[in-house]
Design a protein. Structure first.
Length: 269
């Protein structure tokens, strides 16, 4: 099944891989290694992009588990597409770790509460739980359960937030919100500059926009603890509070919404 962002997919997963690995390695510090690692991936997909022959984020994460030997983990993959989840559960890596992996055909907004309940049953201090949350929608707002994730992140501040967002979609939505009748009149935009508060993560890293044809994307990592930044410079990540990081975010949020006027395309809400 073809899915994702085609030629961009391999580059996105290339950047995701070391992020997953570092989060897993950090969680093996003496003070926390006895605790489980919790991983939630919304919009997980089928685990593989057949068009580009690239493993998706679920298999990318499980490969990082194998490399780091972080065997005490629980992974939760969710997608609204029944066929994609059906394909995901048949992947050999998923079958081999079936005792540690849960896959859901469900609304993305439903599963964060399920994962929260799972953590609370296992941990005396659920707010100390470590892990990662992957948010990778096809666009910007479409498929992101903003309110559910805001609540989940507030309750679990030590779970890293890893995001891939369509900035072209952001610019089009920015243009139409408040102008087009219907739900667009009351819809709320969530700019990157609001993520510190929305996701309860004070430290963010951001990449330059990657542009392919008319589409563009940006990747972000949000954490409660500050990241040792030089480790990520080679991947193109910059501290969002640095001069370069601020320029990247400002360029996305303040750029002209020309694409929203020129294109008849409107993202589904």
């Amino acid at each position: 099944m073809i899915q994702g962002q085609s030629p961009y997919t391999w580059f996105k997963q290339y950047r995701f891989s070391p992020i997953f690995a570092q989060s897993l390695r950090i969680s093996q510090a003496e003070s926390v290694k006895r605790f489980a690692y919790y991983h939630l991936d919304v919009n997980a997909g089928s685990g593989y992009n057949d068009d580009m022959r690239v493993a998706g984020s679920p298999l990318n994460f499980l490969s990082a588990v194998e490399r780091t030997k972080r065997n005490n983990f629980y992974a939760f993959f969710v997608d609204e597409n029944r066929n994609r989840i059906g394909e995901l559960v048949t992947r050999p890596q998923v079958e081999a770790m079936s005792d540690r992996v849960s896959a859901f055909h469900a609304d993305n907004a439903e599963v964060p509460a399920v994962v929260d309940a799972f953590i609370r049953r296992r941990e005396h201090r659920p707010d100390y739980a470590v892990g990662s949350l992957v948010i990778d929608p096809n666009g910007y707002h479409n498929g992101v359960p903003w309110d559910a994730l805001r609540e989940f992140c507030a309750m679990h501040p030590r779970i890293d937030v890893v995001m891939n967002l369509g900035t072209r979609s952001f610019r089009m939505e920015k243009y139409w919100i408040g102008r087009k009748p219907g739900k667009w009149m009351t819809y709320t935009l969530h700019p990157i500059s609001s993520f510190k508060e929305w996701f309860s993560r004070p430290h963010w890293m951001v990449t330059e926009e990657c542009r392919i044809s008319k589409n563009s994307w940006v990747q972000l990592v949000g954490r409660t603890m500050e990241t040792h930044k030089p480790d990520y410079r080679s991947l193109g990540f910059y501290d969002a509070d640095s001069d370069r990081g601020r320029r990247i975010v400002a360029g996305i949020e303040n750029d002209s919404a020309r694409t929203g006027v020129e294109s008849p395309f409107l993202p589904d809400l």
